[in-house]
Design a protein. Structure first.
Length: 464
């Protein structure tokens, strides 16, 4: 198997599936490095790009390689390259026609003024123009737009939280893009907490802490993704605390994302929590059916394939957990249509997405079901789940039910609080208390695990 030949053929297939923007963002700098024990090695620029491609385009690559090889599956894996990807501009990698990749003089000038080390991690596809707005994200979108228009002057810091795959990364990167568009000299830094930790450790090893601090204290906008991963890294929390204070005092914009509110992040220093909540805190919720369908239609319009409306409706109805899974289902359907001669039907789509649909059905548990199972297990009346009674024999099962609603559904804290006739703070307290109990009371922890199994879930899959 010749790596270059088969990858060139595969890229031709990928170009038929994806639009120019998607291809240029994720595939234009991928390079075939060779073959290792029948596995094709693909060079990728950095860990960020590797993770994104793995999560979103693995099926596309696998299908394209299979077609390029004449029908045989081609194993492949990624290798992060150490060389500068800018050097690849002169090689013979498969690309869209030059005319479709041209950049206007004004835009080229604007890009040249952006500090490359800081702007490199902004996904070119994650802009406000590419963001589909619905009731579940309209407030967060409005806040992000306001921040991008006036960095450091409104909603500083901005803290966006929500479950995985709802568009938090898209939204904060869109802030960076819009800010640079408005002011090409704007210094924007996007980084995940994990990458921040790696840079911090590297700076310590190289005795380069001063350079590390200057890199992030001299920006105009700091975008930090998955801030919850600061937990357990006390020295990094200390460093970030001082960085936060320095930027905030200078009037620089700070935007953070997390999978939960700051006050629910156990192990996060209280002084950080108070600062994270000193600005605007907003939640991204799961999109409703209309928004999901709008997302699918928009994403489809940027591809070269048109799926039947019945197929789009089927995906929107059955893939409800998050936007990332929704887009993945659409991409799988588009890939199938491109690589197969027969038209895609709803029955074929159901079979194509059977693993996704199984997972979606598995996650679909109602408040009523959780309350009923908990009440039966602890020999309580169902009405006790929302009563004002406070004896431990009632309060503890009720708190367990609240936590399970939080962990096993995609509902927000206010929605859970309303279902139990309680306040937002009560649900937060329950989450913290049950976590402590699971760690210290083995007997009660076992009972909680029994309830989880009765609900058809594996306790190992739940992060209490």
């Amino acid at each position: 198997m010749d790596a270059t030949t088969i990858w060139t053929k595969a890229c031709s297939q990928i170009m038929q599936i994806l639009n120019k923007g998607q291809y240029e963002a994720w595939f234009a700098t991928l390079r075939p490095l060779g073959v290792d024990q029948d596995t094709l090695l693909l060079g990728v620029d950095n860990d960020f790009k590797q993770t994104w491609i793995e999560e979103n385009y693995r099926d596309v690559i696998a299908g394209a390689l299979q077609t390029a090889s004449g029908g045989d599956a081609v194993p492949f894996r990624f290798v992060v390259r150490v060389e500068d990807p800018a050097l690849d501009e002169s090689d013979d990698a498969p690309r869209f026609p030059a005319s479709s990749r041209s950049v206007s003089g004004a835009h080229a000038k604007r890009r040249s003024r952006v500090p490359p080390a800081l702007a490199a991690n902004l996904n070119p596809h994650f802009t406000f123009e590419e963001y589909v707005i619905g009731p579940s994200n309209s407030f967060a979108h409005a806040a992000a737009t306001a921040v991008a228009q006036a960095p450091g002057r409104t909603y500083n810091p901005l803290f966006i939280y929500g479950q995985t795959g709802l568009g938090k990364t898209h939204l904060i990167m869109a802030i960076g893009h819009r800010a640079i568009q408005n002011d090409p000299a704007m210094r924007v830094a996007y980084i995940t907490s994990e990458a921040l930790l790696n840079e911090y450790i590297d700076a310590i090893q190289k005795n380069a802490i001063t350079e590390f601090r200057n890199r992030y204290r001299k920006v105009d906008i700091l975008l930090v993704d998955d801030i919850q991963f600061l937990v357990g890294k006390q020295r990094l929390q200390e460093e970030f605390f001082h960085c936060f204070n320095d930027l905030h005092m200078k009037g620089k914009q700070i935007v953070m994302t997390s999978d939960r509110p700051a006050r629910e992040i156990d192990g996060l220093e209280q002084r950080l929590v108070s600062r994270f909540e000193s600005g605007l805190v907003t939640e991204l919720e799961c999109p409703d059916f209309e928004t999901r369908l709008a997302i699918l239609r928009y994403k489809q319009s940027s591809s070269k394939v048109t799926l039947p409306d019945a197929c789009l409706t089927f995906i929107a109805q059955h893939v409800t957990s998050n936007v990332r899974t929704l887009e993945g289902a659409l991409l799988r359907a588009i890939t199938f249509t491109t690589l197969n001669s027969q038209p895609l039907t709803v029955d074929a789509l159901r079979n194509l997405l059977k693993d996704v649909l199984t997972q979606e059905t598995k996650e679909d548990i109602s408040f009523d079901e959780i309350q009923r199972v908990v009440a039966e297990h602890f020999d309580l009346r169902l009405t006790d789940m929302s009563s004002k009674r406070r004896p431990r024999s009632v309060a503890m099962p009720r708190q367990i039910a609240m936590v399970l609603c939080r962990k096993l559904t995609r509902s927000s804290l206010p929605e859970i609080a309303k279902a139990f006739g309680k306040t937002h703070a009560t649900v937060v307290h329950a989450c913290k208390l049950i976590k402590i109990i699971i760690e210290t009371d083995a007997d009660l922890a076992d009972q909680i695990y029994v309830v989880v199994r009765k609900l058809g879930r594996d306790p190992k899959d739940i992060d209490f």
